[in-house]
Design a protein around this ligand. Structure first.
Ligand code: FAD
Length: 496
């Protein structure tokens, strides 16, 4: 008897068996072929890097073990998606494809279009389910927060009890070099995989969240006070719903500061989806400034001295360099330090946000296109609707690293300097560390002037209002009245 065609579950950035609706639904219908496609084309994109792959690989290895315990190992194939699917169709037959919706960059969009056309041609249904609060083909932002609450409160999907084995060679997870990835040393990279995610969530909700609000702004204290779950949301080893429900349960029994920390964390879980929704609704924001008047403001990127010094952690502003070097060595930074790196690059150094964003994307082990490009646009003043913050690189160091501990760790050339002198080494006549790339205060004023002249332009406000309507949050706390919105549009915050 010929075996029945398989129910193919295509794992992408949802590398877990828990809270996985496509897996559960597929398993209820017949033998499941769980597939992970390693696409060399995707890994050749300019925003991809070896460290991101290492995190995904670890997640896929644990997923393989979890699926094996259910009865069927993860099937790994390297190649172009349609070619991989076609080979499986020819040998086993495919009854249906099950997957989570994914908000991706241009490569993923084009690949999904090709797969849908191929599936249609062969009469194979493709069933996609939501895995975050992001809503496909969203008509209006009204009511979005309510729908996010409902999505995250829905029951967690239990994994199937067992999978019927399929006769197929499982394949092997390739080494980074085998798919053309250049070496990407990252000695401080945090481990990927479901077990690490569970342990981070548990320690955060039990204790670490108590210092979260106080410490999240510092790259030093934030290392242990932030959840550090972002690479897990990016690879899907933990779902947003699992994190939200565990947080709500922990919150109910948590004392004061712990409860407040968990509340802030829950707010950020909603931000995760709020920002990805922007790319879902406007895929072009990966490449084009949201506000048309902000397009083409800057042109410079790699190859200019300003870019290369910023990218290599050699601006001569110690706190900025420490943040860049920490990121290069660990794949992680807290929110404020990320924002400052973009602000310094695109304001003080007047570099184009696109190559700036690409450089950071490759360094982020938690790279999530929807959050990343929305944030890069926001911090570079390209959205037209947010207050623009020009971070003062020296003041940020004094505020977030007053004793210079973080700088000493990442810029050892300066380790002999006491604080506060370590924040302004040029005043101490230090050798062996670059002189500052410029006078940051003067550079900030000049950036502000340039941005002001754009914001004063004809029709600027009208376009900004339309952007706010399309992408702005409607949450009560964040709702912007016309007056507040205009104030935000007019605001250029210098960090004196
Ligand atoms: C320029 C820039 C680029 C960024 N790129 C990314 C990216 O590629 N991937 C990514 O996950 N985050 C990105 N962020 C958002 C934020 O900095 C990280 O999510 C956070 O630092 C990750 O650490 P954590 O998991 O400990 O966060 P926590 O503070 O513990 O927050 C928990 C989760 O909430 C979400 N979250 C927190 N802050 C934000 C925020 N401001 N916007 C959206 N979601 C948020 C994340 O999913 C995070 O894992 C970026 C921020 C900036 C300014």
């Amino acid at each position: 008897m010929t075996p029945a065609p398989v129910q193919l579950v295509w794992f992408k950035r949802d590398l877990r068996v828990a809270d996985h609706a496509p897996l559960a639904e597929a398993a209820a219908r017949g033998p499941v072929l769980p597939l992970w496609i390693v696409e060399p084309g995707l890994w050749a994109e300019p925003d991809a890097s070896g460290r991101q792959y290492v995190v995904q690989r670890a997640a896929a290895a644990e997923l393989d073990a979890d699926l094996a315990a259910l009865g069927q190992r993860l099937v790994v194939r390297v190649g172009e998606a349609v070619a991989v699917l076609e080979a499986i169709r020819r040998t086993l037959g495919i009854a249906a494809i099950w997957a989570h919706q994914e908000t991706t960059g241009a490569f993923g969009h084009a690949r999904d279009r090709r797969v849908r056309a191929w599936a249609r041609a062969h009469g194979i249904p493709v069933h996609e389910r939501r895995q975050t609060g992001v809503i496909r083909a969203l008509a209006s932002r009204d009511g979005w927060a309510r729908r996010w609450e409902a999505f995250t409160a829905a029951p967690i999907v239990t994994p199937p009890r067992a999978l019927v084995p399929v006769v197929i060679e499982p394949g092997r997870i390739p080494e980074p070099a085998e798919i053309g990835l250049a070496p990407d040393p990252c000695p401080g990279l945090a481990p990927g995989g479901r077990r690490a995610a569970e342990s981070l969530l548990a320690s955060f909700l039990a204790a670490r969240a108590a210092t979260y609000r106080r410490a999240m702004a510092s790259p030093l204290a934030g290392w242990s006070a932030c959840s550090r779950l972002s690479p897990h949301f990016a690879t899907g080893t933990l779902s947003i719903r699992e994190a939200a429900q565990a947080s709500r349960a922990a919150r109910a029994r948590a004392p004061g500061p712990l409860r407040e920390g968990i509340d802030s964390f829950l707010t950020r879980l909603a931000w995760h989806c709020h920002f990805i929704q922007k790319l879902e609704s406007e895929p072009a924001l990966e490449h084009r400034a949201l506000h048309p008047a902000c397009e083409g403001l800057r042109a410079d990127g790699p190859g200019t001295e300003r870019f290369d010094r910023w990218a290599s952690g050699a601006t001569g502003w110690p706190f900025v360099d420490a943040c860049m070097r920490c990121l290069a060595a660990t794949g992680w930074l807290n929110f404020r330090a990320r924002a400052m790196l973009v602000s310094v690059a695109t304001m003080h150094l007047w570099l184009d946000w696109r190559p700036v964003g690409l450089h950071l994307a490759r360094l982020f082990a938690d790279y999530e296109p929807g959050i990343h490009w929305s944030q890069v646009q926001m911090q570079s003043g390209s959205t037209g609707v947010n207050t623009i913050r020009l971070y003062n690189p020296v003041k940020q160091g004094l505020d977030q690293d007053p004793d210079g501990v973080f700088i000493r760790r990442w810029v050892p050339e300066l380790s002999f300097l006491p604080a506060p002198a370590i924040h302004r080494p040029w005043e101490a006549g230090v050798s062996g560390y670059p002189a500052p790339i410029g006078d940051h205060a003067a550079l900030a004023v000049s950036a502000r002037e340039r941005l002001w002249s754009v914001r004063r332009g004809e029709g600027y406000r009208r376009a900004a209002d339309a952007i706010q309507e399309r992408h702005g949050s409607r949450r009560s706390g964040m709702r912007q009245t016309g007056q507040r919105r205009r104030a935000a549009q007019a605001a250029l915050d210098l960090d004196p």
